[in-house]
Design a protein around this ligand. Structure first.
Ligand code: ZN
Length: 439
């Protein structure tokens, strides 16, 4: 910083000559000392307290950033401000939602410190939801084993394991270490892994199974569930279940579940499925495709829209970067609002508003106010009433590529532009592709 300042040289030179004039030529240390004193004085008057200045500038930047963010908040003069609870869909506080927030933050804390990462594999497994929940409860020791019932002050029917009469059955015993369960794990060639729960947690054992890549992770989860069901039916007086039946039912359930959840032609393309490709509106109607993207965590977003007629002709397109949005939904809604305002400025009367945000389409179609963007939502809804006709359409991403690309360009090229009757060169091929789909 010092060296880049042009006055530095002059200060040293003047201080040196001043020393010489005072007869200090033969005393170099006094000359240098004089220079140092002058430099100190010059530094203080020119730069002040550097650290303090940097801190002040950082604070100023923060204020400016907040001002930019505040200026991005959508103000709807037609609506009064109101308080809402962010964690409920209807904006009303409930204990349940507050509890959920608390659990989420605890989970995040535990995940960062602990082996909770293995539970992710459970939630992602291709098994029924009830099995995932059961396995999660087993990992958290929330299964009503005899040990857990007694710990919570309840009196079970028996204090011994229903299969082997071991006293104070706990979750590891019930699912893995009881001889009855062990036989099943041995038959399924999983006992090497399950026996480890004597020394490690169930989660860690599941993690080891997943990492072993033996292809039996899902089967293990299913068997845990079936073993627990068999244990319960015996505890409730329904007798011993044949171990072979337990194995077969776990295997059968797993196969059936995989088969049903396998995407097939029939499942992926029912006749009323949302379209994957852009389709032209009917004659006289303008289709407005909107999209938005949020860049990273700093809230910068890009908005894009394109308005086309029944023959795919581009009437108007737009690409705009916003300095800050709170969420993707807010950005998507802002893209829609912008497009509506431009369509009305053009005098378009009949429109189809199309986006790949199913949440927004569902909310507008069924008039479900989205409370976290309430002002924006109500503003859009009010403007929609000004059209002669206005319908909503959901399209999958593949069918919304032109608007998507316009939104992406807004972020990368930092533009704020309307294209009257055309789209930029880099988007033309996508627009032509849509036209080619018109039959
Ligand atoms: Zn037992």
């Amino acid at each position: 910083m010092w060296l880049r300042d042009s006055t530095l040289e002059e200060i040293v030179k003047d201080a040196w000559l001043d020393g010489v004039r005072k007869g200090l030529r033969s005393n170099p240390s006094a000359l240098v000392g004089g220079c140092a004193g002058k430099l100190k004085e010059w530094n203080k008057t020119t730069f002040g307290h550097v650290q303090r200045n940097i801190r002040a500038k950082v604070e100023l930047l923060k204020v400016l950033q907040n001002q930019t963010r505040i200026s991005c908040v959508h103000i709807n003069p037609a609506e009064r401000d109101f308080l809402y609870w962010d964690a409920s869909p209807n904006g009303v506080f409930t204990c349940k939602s507050a509890y959920w927030i608390a659990i989420q933050s605890m989970d995040r804390l535990q995940e960062s410190q602990h082996e909770r990462k293995y539970l992710k594999a459970v939630w992602l497994a291709n098994v029924p939801g009830k099995v995932k929940i059961f396995v999660w409860r087993a990992c958290m020791n929330l299964v009503p084993t005899i040990n857990n019932l007694v710990t919570r002050g309840l009196v079970p029917n028996s204090f011994n394991c229903v299969h082997c009469s071991t006293p104070m059955e706990d979750v590891k015993h019930a699912l893995f270490l009881c001889d009855w369960a062990r036989d099943i794990w041995v038959d399924m060639e999983l006992s090497d892994l399950t026996n480890q729960v004597a020394d490690i947690s169930i989660e860690e054992m599941l993690g080891a199974t997943k990492e072993s890549k033996n292809g039996k992770f899902e089967l293990m989860l299913m068997l845990m569930w079936r073993i627990w069901c068999a244990r319960n039916s015996k505890a409730h007086g329904q007798g011993d279940l044949d171990k072979n039946i337990v194995k077969q039912s776990a295997d059968g359930m797993l196969q059936e579940f995989s088969r049903v959840n396998q995407p097939t032609e029939a499942f992926t393309a029912p006749h009323n499925a949302p379209s994957r490709a852009w389709s032209a509106p009917t004659y006289g109607v303008i289709k407005i495709n909107c999209n938005a993207g949020v860049l990273g965590n700093n809230g910068v977003s890009g908005l894009g829209f394109v308005m086309r007629s029944h023959n795919g002709l581009v009437l108007l397109a737009g690409s705009k970067r916003l300095a800050f949005t709170m969420s993707v939904i807010e950005a998507e809604a802002k893209a829609i609002l912008w497009a509506i305002q431009e369509a009305q400025a053009k005098g378009f009367a009949k429109v189809v508003l199309e986006t790949d945000s199913s949440i927004l389409v569902d909310a507008f179609k069924h008039n479900k106010v989205l409370y976290h963007i309430r002002a924006l939502f109500l503003h859009i809804r009010r403007l929609c009433l000004l059209f002669d006709s206005c319908t909503w359409s959901f399209v999958r991403r593949e069918g919304n590529k032109v608007a998507h690309e316009l939104a992406r360009l807004a972020v990368t090229d930092n533009v704020d532009v309307l294209y009257d009757g055309y789209v930029p060169l880099s988007v033309q091929a996508l627009a032509q592709h849509d036209v080619n789909l018109i039959v």
